[in-house]
Design a protein around this ligand. Structure first.
Ligand code: FES
Length: 333
């Protein structure tokens, strides 16, 4: 009779696994919860590294990584992943809503207990009475951070169900429930160059990565490219001054820039030549993220992005066609 089990090594420990099981199921059979969210190949949270052996990647391979909710065990193999904070439910209340640029709010939520998150991760947040949305917690633009306080940068879309209610139906003290954190595009510890590319409020998760990586002053160097549709939308313009003071090259770009302080090229066209030790993070419009992904993988760099899809501004059809993780995004190329 054919053997239907094999050995799967997960983060250095050997376990028995059934052939044909997804890596997530193989982990669960051994009481190991691999990081995950959608379980349908959409969110990237479950991406793990295949160190060696026989894994059917189900078409999800990027360099030596696969999505563990789709990839299956084919024989003896070894996989690894970076530990992340445990997903849990937490309650909170809106502490403050502040306009930091036209149609862009900084929303602070005081939580009933600390919500551990890694720079770059996201949480699923539900303002009481409204549908849940995914947002990335980040540092304040002055780099402030507090225990029990989550800070978000949220773009307001006209006639949207959630963002346009901020400051109207949703005000200070509004109840909030939070689940998370999730996501694969978080700050890693390995040495190398970190290249961050954002459009719109995709800046939020990358700002937290930039600040954390710069503050820890390890053997990582950081470069950042932040784009917006218009120069007036570059709400991070002053905040990135601190990064520049720390020696971090920051390029701002917008279609109506001046090619001096603000470039006019697309963010993906401003990428430097990449090396295989580079870690490239992209967040923002899907077309930009895809372009950066293609370029990073073609040059053998490691690429990180959690998909962004605009859910708020009446995109119900898009949501049905693309039942992907709902993150607030600038819905432009
Ligand atoms: S859990 Fe695998 S892609 Fe979302």
């Amino acid at each position: 009779m054919a053997k239907d089990t094999c050995t799967l090594i997960i983060n250095g420990k050997a376990h028995k696994a059934r052939l044909g099981d997804t890596l997530i199921d193989a982990g669960l059979d051994n009481r190991i919860v691999l990081p995950h969210d959608c379980c349908s190949g959409q969110c990237e949270t479950c991406r793990v590294r295949v160190v060696s052996g026989a894994v059917d990647d189900a078409g999800t391979r990027e360099k030596d990584t696969v999505l563990s909710c789709l990839a299956t065990v084919e024989g003896d193999a070894e996989i690894s992943y970076d530990p992340v904070p445990i997903v849990r439910n937490t309650s909170g209340r809106v502490e403050d809503i502040e306009e930091i640029a036209p149609d862009l709010l900084e929303v602070r939520v005081r939580t009933s207990k600390p919500v551990p998150w890694l720079p770059g991760q996201y949480v699923r947040m539900r303002f009481k009475g409204y549908p849940a949305r995914d947002y990335s917690p980040t540092f304040g633009l002055d780099r402030s951070t507090e225990q029990d306080l989550l800070t978000f940068q949220i773009k307001v879309y006209p006639n949207s169900r959630v963002s346009s209610a901020l400051g109207h139906g949703i005000n200070r003290d509004h109840k909030v429930s939070i689940k998370g954190p999730y996501g694969y595009a978080f700050l890693r510890r390995q040495p190398g160059r970190i290249i961050l590319v954002s459009t719109g409020t995709g800046f939020a998760p990358l700002w937290s990565i930039a600040v954390a990586a710069t503050m820890r002053r390890g053997d990582q160097t950081v470069q950042m490219i932040a784009g917006c549709r218009h120069a007036d939308d570059l709400y991070m313009r002053h905040a990135v001054g601190w990064l520049r003071d720390q020696g971090v090259p920051v390029t701002l770009t917008a279609s109506d820039g001046d090619d001096d302080a603000v470039m006019t090229a697309r963010p993906q066209d401003l990428l430097p030549d990449l090396r295989d030790s580079d870690m490239v993070y992209a967040a923002g419009s899907p077309s930009m993220v895809d372009a950066v992904r293609v370029r990073a993988l073609a040059q053998d760099a490691t690429f990180f992005a959690d998909p962004f899809y605009a859910a708020d501004p009446g995109f119900s059809l898009l949501d049905r066609i693309l039942p992907r993780k709902r993150r607030q995004a600038e819905p432009v190329a």
